[in-house]
Design a protein around this ligand. Structure first.
Ligand SMILES: Cc1cc2nc3c(=O)[nH]c(=O)nc-3n(C[C@H](O)[C@H](O)[C@H](O)COP(=O)(O)OP(=O)(O)OC[C@H]3O[C@@H](n4cnc5c(N)ncnc54)[C@H](O)[C@@H]3O)c2cc1C
Length: 390
């Protein structure tokens, strides 16, 4: 048995011993479109994983991780999905904030915040987008200033995933009055449990609320909770976005395998496999899944070499459209009954949730149009898009 095979066997054995009881019942629920499900169980699962040393497996050991190579992280994720383990609840902490602190944080910030992510005790949310700053993030209007040795943050964030569950938020705020665009922004770590923050859930087309509007009204955080130098937050914020395109993408895609398997099973039941057009679409979706995997691995290889390139945009554009199309396919293979709720008051079926939620795939993490701009300008060398004078 090679070392990699032994590693795979060790992960598989740990998962089969621990994905039991309430963890097995929660199963793969809790991903995009169903993040409201089993939150308490998934928080307990986070601690169970941590006790086994299976959180933050790609982080260096000196920061509490396992220092796994990319190949082993892929094996870990494959076994995780195969075991039907619960969907992680602190993806933002583990894959975005943690790596950002490891790269840009001070030793004190790492000592304060990384252990809470490794142990699964502290959940994080991402405070970037605002009503007028989404694709154009440099238009951030939220401000922060130092008052009596503390940052006071005022402004509105929007689409803040899981803000209602999070203990902390990393916020991009303007700290230099009169500054514009990328200059004068800072990257602040703000505790969510305080009176000066109001969280208003946004009800989605799925009927559930995974993201929120977050209003900061003089919200406080310690002066030391700025990552990088005050005013230099743009570089840190972009560093976080580069991590967003890393290994976490692969784990989302491995979840798609399970959805695909569910669709094939439904098609078998409803006779969809005998219907030539549906059959063709299923085969095309299956091929897309394979293409996606190679695109993701190619992108990750670039990451390991330290040069995440514009191929990340090709991969994002491909998987977002693929998944939206899979959502359509899931409804179509279910036949006319696929659009009917199961009982009253009705909970959407997994296929219905996927159909509705996958509309958002082409928006978050950089919309289709933004990815096409990146590919046009940085891959194909086309002229830059005309900028409206600001
Ligand atoms: C499910 C989900 C979860 C999210 N979670 C978070 C979160 O946790 N934290 C957070 O901060 N944000 C989050 N977001 C917000 C997300 O980052 C933004 O929705 C995204 O950046 C797009 O911004 P916007 O919605 O303001 O749209 P806009 O930027 O206003 O875009 C509107 C439309 O215009 C197009 N467009 C914009 N600029 C250009 C251009 N230059 N050329 C061509 N077309 C253009 C876009 O493609 C889009 O179709 C989430 C969004 C979703 C859908």
């Amino acid at each position: 048995m090679t070392d990699e095979e032994a590693f795979r066997a060790a992960v598989r054995s740990w998962m089969s011993d621990h994905v039991v009881g309430e963890f097995a019942e929660a199963g793969a629920e809790g991903g995009p479109g169903s993040e409201h499900l089993h939150v308490e169980v998934r928080r307990r699962w986070e601690r169970e994983l941590a006790a086994g040393g299976w959180t933050c497996v790609g982080w260096p050991t000196e920061h509490g991780g396992r220092g796994l190579s990319l190949a082993r992280q892929v094996i870990f994720l494959e076994e995780y999905v195969r075991a039907g383990a619960p969907t992680r609840v602190n993806v933002i902490g583990e894959t975005l904030l943690g790596p950002t602190l490891i790269e840009f944080g001070s030793p004190d910030q790492r000592a304060r915040f990384l252990p809470g992510i490794v142990s699964g005790e502290e959940l994080w949310c991402q405070g970037y987008s605002e009503p007028d700053a989404g694709s154009d993030l440099a238009n951030v209007k939220t401000t922060a200033s130092l008052v009596e040795g503390e940052w006071r943050v005022t402004g509105q964030k929007v689409w803040t995933s899981l803000a209602h569950e999070a203990d902390w938020c990393f916020v991009v705020a303007r700290t230099e009055p009169g500054s514009a665009r990328h200059k004068g922004l800072s990257y602040l770590l703000v505790p969510m449990h305080q009176a000066n923050i109001e969280i208003r859930p946004i009800v989605q087309v799925t009927g559930t609320s995974e993201f929120n509007e977050v209003f900061f009204d003089g919200a406080r955080t310690a002066e030391s909770n700025v990552v990088g130098r005050p005013g230099d937050g743009w570089g840190v914020a972009m560093g976080t976005l580069a991590f967003e395109r890393g290994i976490s993408t692969l784990s989302v895609q491995l979840g798609f395998e399970r959805e695909m398997a569910g669709i094939i099973e439904t098609a078998r039941r409803t006779g969809g496999l005998d219907e030539p057009v549906l059959r063709d679409r299923i085969v095309r979706a299956w091929s897309g899944l394979r293409i996606m995997r190679f695109l993701a691995l190619r992108g990750l290889a670039g990451h390991e070499a330290g040069t995440p390139g514009p191929e990340a945009s090709i991969a994002k554009l491909f998987w977002a459209n693929w998944h939206r199309d899979l959502g359509n396919l899931g409804i179509d293979v279910a036949g006319p009954g696929g659009v009917i709720g199961e009982s009253l008051p009705y909970e959407l079926t997994a296929a219905q949730r996927s159909f509705l939620f996958s509309r958002s795939d082409t928006i978050y993490g950089g919309s289709n149009e933004i990815q096409r701009n990146v590919i046009g300008e940085r891959v194909l060398g086309l002229p830059r898009e005309p900028q409206v004078s600001r």
